[in-house]
Write a protein that binds this ligand. Sequence first.
Ligand code: UT7
Length: 325
Amino acid sequence: MTRFARISGTGSSLPPQRLTNADMVVRLAARGVQTSDDWIVERTGIRARHFVSDGVFASDLAAEACRQALEASGTKASEIDLIIVATSTPDMVFPSTAAILQHKLGIAGCPVFDVQAVCSGFIYALTVADSLIRTGSASKALVVGAEVFSRLLDFTDRTTCVLFGDGAGAVVLEASDTPGILATDIHADGKHTGILCVPGHVSGGAVLGDPLLKMDGQAVFRLAVGVLEDTARAALAKAGKTEADVDWLIPHQANIRIMQSTAKKLKLPMDKVVVTVDQHGNTSAASIPLALDHAVRAGQVRKGDTVLLEGVGGGFTWGAVLLDF
Ligand code: UT7
């Protein structure tokens, strides 16, 4: 019998501190930087984002998202035999955020590791978990995207600091006789490192280089719209499906204009696209599982729906996962 991997529960977490665009205008003005609600909404679709307080880490947001996903799936933490965390904002240089998360969930023994593919991280993590489950190496996995991007933002750079937020999303992915994940498609091209990066690194007890996020927004935008169409079509082709089979598109939540452009290229109406960027901003690896969980809890995505997840981000990395929910 063919073995598949299927999502059996979703969860998410947002830190309580919510900043509207009006709050960002005030925060930036205190540093002599001008922005406006109109500019942010018109260029990005973002209206609010959540930021963690001091002392709260990616693993804390991940743990809450995982507890919700476990409950929704009816799975005990002790049954989990694999944890993969997608993050670019780990708690520490090492050990992995997945190891810290494992301990916070009160379990031990199963393999755990982080995936670093920036905003495509959850797509990469889901692809790896799918492979490990289909080959029999794991049976019940927690696959998580968790980020505290507020820690990387330069609040004197209006071209980036209004775009990002913190949060986490998680799924329980488990072995099943029926799909589940229908197709995966992941890619990277390291020559684009410079257009989206945090160039600093730790050396000899100090941070060398700039530890804040740098982005050439227009270059990222141009690349994103092309690769998102390509990877969506590749995942559909691998599964022998077409756009007409897609009930929901859940793209990485970076900019509403990128999402509208992708939907148009795929001939999908916007009412088939899950949009949370307005309320969460860009939460990098967390954005897709966060949006999925919100759509499930809002009664949009239902059991049996065909869902296309796709992401793009630093690296450059990009990819898609097509699944029956
Ligand atoms: O998660 C990884 C994927 N990341 C993305 O997908 C991000 C992709 N890029 C984007 O979403 C867009 O390129 C941005 C939202 C970052 C920028 O939008 P844009 O339409 O490309 O604006 P722009 O960079 O061309 O800037 C237009 C103007 C500039 O002023 P001048 O030079 O025309 O006078 C900027 O200085 O807007 C100005 N500007 C702002 N004004 C008010 C840039 N940021 C702001 C701001 N508030 N926050």
